[in-house]
Design a binder for this molecule. Structure first.
Ligand code: NAP
Length: 237
């Protein structure tokens, strides 16, 4: 049976590394993001998850793309797209809160809904969460809440997909060297030094390391309903 990766946020960072990893294993790749995933052979669907109508474009492509073996394939669905919204409780604008939720959580749920009819037994849904799915830091309320919610979505997926042969997990990266992190901390070397000093391995993760964990989860049905932290070990303070 054909194997298809549907990844969100494959234009860069962890999503891009995930597309590379699955492409190496022979998967056909469909990416959804505003900018394209620049790997050869990828089917790019331009989607802005903060806009209401993005999933119509997906529906149109799916019928064409999926192989004709009953219209199903072994699908690995990976929701990596996210925005990190700054602002604390009492400060963050409602519009920003909603936008963060649309991209980080609602888009994930919509992707599952749209893809389910095409997912054969052996398919998987991997949500890319965060360390901040199970703890909070200040001034990041919308993002923290969205990543907690994503774990709830993963646990609900595990329950609701029971009996379908589809497994699910939430991979929670620690500090990973991507544009999201670099944009968040800016060029402040002291902040970077402080982050690295809080990691037992004294370095940032590479996106490829997270992609390996995502690939592992996607290909191991024993990992179902699980939250996996992949953070190089964080020093408790
Ligand atoms: N980097 C870290 O340290 C870290 C730590 C913990 C968790 N994570 C999680 O890991 C995942 C990947 O993050 P990353 O570090 O790879 O971030 P990144 O480099 O900023 O990539 C984010 C991706 O999300 C897509 N995206 C953002 N807004 C979108 C929108 N409105 N519509 C559609 N796509 C959108 C972007 O694509 P376009 O801009 O092309 O639309 C991009 O491909 C996220 O879920 C993040 O929360 C990252």
């Amino acid at each position: 049976m054909a194997k298809v990766l549907v990844v969100s946020g494959g234009s860069r960072g962890i999503g891009f590394a995930t597309a590379q990893r699955f492409a190496r294993e022979g998967y056909r790749i469909i990416n959804l993001s505003r900018r394209p995933c620049e790997l050869p052979g990828v089917i790019n669907i331009t989607a802005d998850f903060s806009a209401a109508d993005w999933s119509e474009a997906l529906a149109a492509v799916l019928n064409d793309v999926f192989p004709h073996e009953g219209g199903r394939a072994e699908v690995a669905l990976v929701h990596s797209a996210a925005v990190m919204t700054k602002g604390g409780v009492g400060g963050v604008e409602s519009a920003q809160f909603r936008q963060c939720f649309e991209v980080n959580v609602v888009a994930a749920a919509e992707l599952v809904k749209r893809l389910l009819p095409y997912m054969a037994q052996g398919s998987s849904v991997v949500y890319v969460g965060s360390t901040l799915g199970e703890k909070a830091v200040s001034n990041t309320a919308a993002y923290v809440v969205s990543k907690h919610a994503l774990i709830g979505l993963m646990r609900s997926s595990c329950q609701d997909l029971a009996g379908k042969g589809i497994h699910t997990a939430c991979v929670c990266p620690g500090f990973t060297e991507t544009e999201m992190l670099l944009e968040h901390i800016g060029s402040d070397e002291q902040v970077m030094a402080s982050i690295v000093s809080g990691i037992t391995q004294q370095r940032l993760l590479r996106p490829e390391e997270i992609a390996d964990v995502i690939y592992f989860c996607s290909n191991n049905a024993a990992v179902n309903g699980a939250v996996l932290h992949a953070n190089l070990g964080q020093i408790e303070r």
